[in-house]
Write a protein that binds this ligand. Structure first.
Ligand code: E4P
Length: 218
């Protein structure tokens, strides 16, 4: 399973890159707003820092506008991935861009039918939003399962399932169990994945016993 970071905070990305766990980054207009940075500078900085796919989301809602914005992002790096919304215009832009060999991430997916359309439009990634479905009392994980079932029936679909809108570590674990190809994690959730109280307690015990020996390894 690939791990993307769901953030436009370049400091968070810089801090987590040395873990070797970061396979890519996703951004969206809200994350850019939260970062307080200029979108072009932020995306360029992330593309330079990360080897894997970096999703930059278009904000135009019409096909021509989306293509123009996408073209302005493309020179930023071979790893740039254009993020388009799951609308008729967005899927038309997805088809045009993917036919040109550009990676496209289709975002705001809330149904298996939408995911089927994105795969037919040649999306590199489909982003089902788990947390936002859970927020309205639906089971976001069911959606991932349904998409996986559909995609597995058609080996010619190359679209990867990118579990998005992740709120907590259990989302990551369940997405991995159900077969999502990628999960995009807020940095906080990646930090939470490391943690277990028995790990902390075990380290404390080992350190206390080690100290009592008076030894040192080096
Ligand atoms: C990622 O591609 C999405 O834009 C993001 O995961 C949305 O998360 P949110 O529902 O927490 O805003």
């Amino acid at each position: 399973m690939k791990f993307f970071l769901d953030t436009a905070d370049v400091n968070d990305i810089r801090e987590l890159m040395p873990t070797g766990l970061v396979d890519g980054v996703t951004t969206n207009p809200s994350l850019i707003a939260k970062s307080g940075g200029d979108i072009r500078q932020v995306i360029q900085e992330i593309c330079d820092m990360v080897d894997g796919p970096v999703s930059a989301e278009v904000t135009a809602l019409d096909y021509d506008g989306m293509i123009k914005e996408a073209e302005s992002f493309l020179p930023m790096g071979d790893n740039i991935t254009i993020k388009v919304p799951l609308t008729p215009e967005g899927l038309r832009a997805c088809k045009t861009l993917s036919d040109r060999g550009v990676m496209v991430n289709v975002t705001l997916c809330f149904s298996p039918g939408q995911a089927l359309l994105a795969a037919k439009a040649g999306a590199a990634f489909i982003s089902p939003f788990l947390g936002r479905l859970d927020d309205i009392g639906h089971d976001g994980m069911d959606l991932i399962g349904q998409i996986a079932e559909i995609y597995n029936n058609y080996p010619n679909f190359t679209t990867e399932i990118l579990a998005a809108s992740i709120r907590h570590p259990l989302h990551v674990i369940d997405a991995a169990r159900i077969g999502a190809d990628v999960v995009t994690l807020p940095p906080k959730v990646l930090h939470q994945l490391y943690k277990h109280p028995l790990t902390d307690k075990g380290i404390d015990m080992f350190m206390a016993d080690w100290k009592s020996t008076g030894q040192s390894i080096l």
